[in-house]
Unconditional design. Structure first.
Length: 322
């Protein structure tokens, strides 16, 4: 045997011994954990690596994150506050800097969404007897009423020249200037109360990025305290209604990927057992799966996930249940 062959054999043996030695590993032994400061936080979860990052932390309730798209997805809107009167609208950079308060009043201000060009913000506010849709500049100036149906208007989303929302337990659409409000879904028995926290009806519409289809959840069974929901899609003209799930979980607020091929949402409970896990499915309802990392502790609840602009990660609200 040539001396060169002996060198290769010895080198291989040394490598095997090093790999088998205690404390040596070819992979990182670092254990992942969820950053924890205050009770509430905005987090970013990398879908490929399952690494998590804390963007912003607050002792007060945080709701309804919405990503700005015109500037490369580098800022978020959200609502925060301890009481109804203290709920205000904020914006923050996705790196955790540049926190800005956009509303400052004694009204219930929630559910903000960016205009497609990032110059305006639509939001919900109770300044009269019910929730109405208002509009303001991206800096919080020039508040004005955009639409009032005479009932509670809720769950708004804005893509292109269309805004969709919930009113009278149905999905509605209108032009971005507040004109031509049109009912899209007509569920029989909508508005009927049972033992659940909401009546039978359709809620939380989200427009696909091309503006042609709406995803929403439908409360179908109100006999259980958490309710029984399934997801549906429908065309903007009300045609082509398609059921995506058939499990009746307490689940909701699905958001589209920016390619329009996937949906991310939260399952709050299954058969009465609390979950608050993040789920992901294809836009046709297939490959529906729980993507919550195993290292998330049981007392860490997930709310309102939205895709990053490149769909590589998910921003969501995290709550530490105490």
């Amino acid at each position: 045997m040539k001396s060169r062959d002996w060198v290769l054999i010895l080198t291989s043996l040394v490598l095997i011994i090093l790999l088998l030695a205690p404390g040596c590993s070819t992979t990182s032994s670092t254990t992942k954990s969820v950053p924890h400061q205050a009770e509430w936080g905005i987090y970013e979860l990398n879908l490929a690596t399952q690494d998590i990052r804390l963007v912003y932390s607050s002792p007060t309730t945080i709701q309804s994150p919405a990503l700005r798209l015109d500037n490369g997805g580098d800022s978020l809107l959200f609502a925060a506050g301890d009481t109804e009167a203290s709920m205000e609208i904020y914006s923050i950079s996705t790196d955790g800097n540049n926190l800005e308060r956009l509303t400052d009043n004694e009204y219930f201000d929630v559910y903000p969404v960016w205009s497609p060009d990032g110059t305006r913000v639509a939001f919900l506010t109770r300044r009269d007897k019910d929730l109405d849709i208002y509009l303001m500049g991206a800096d919080g100036a020039d508040n004005r009423k955009l639409y009032d149906s005479g009932f509670n208007d809720a769950d708004i989303d804005w893509v292109g020249e269309a805004i969709v929302f919930t009113s009278q337990f149905s999905i509605w659409k209108m032009n971005a200037d507040g004109t031509d409000p049109t009912q899209v879904t007509f569920l029989p028995g909508r508005g009927e109360w049972g033992n659940a926290n909401l009546p039978k009806g359709d809620y939380d519409p989200r427009l696909r990025p091309d503006g042609k289809k709406i995803v929403f959840e439908r409360m179908e069974d109100t006999s259980q305290p958490n309710g029984s929901y399934n997801f549906f899609t429908v065309n903007m003209d009300g045609s082509g209604q398609t059921q995506l799930t058939d499990n009746g979980y307490a689940q909701g607020i699905a958001n589209w990927s920016h390619t329009g091929d996937r949906l991310v949402y939260v399952v709050a409970a299954i058969n009465g057992a609390g979950k608050y896990d993040i789920y992901l499915m294809n836009a046709d309802g297939m490959d529906n799966q729980n993507i919550t990392p195993d290292y998330f502790p049981a007392d860490f609840l997930c709310h309102s996930p939205v895709f990053s602009v490149n769909d590589a990660s998910i921003f969501f609200i995290g709550q530490w249940w105490e």
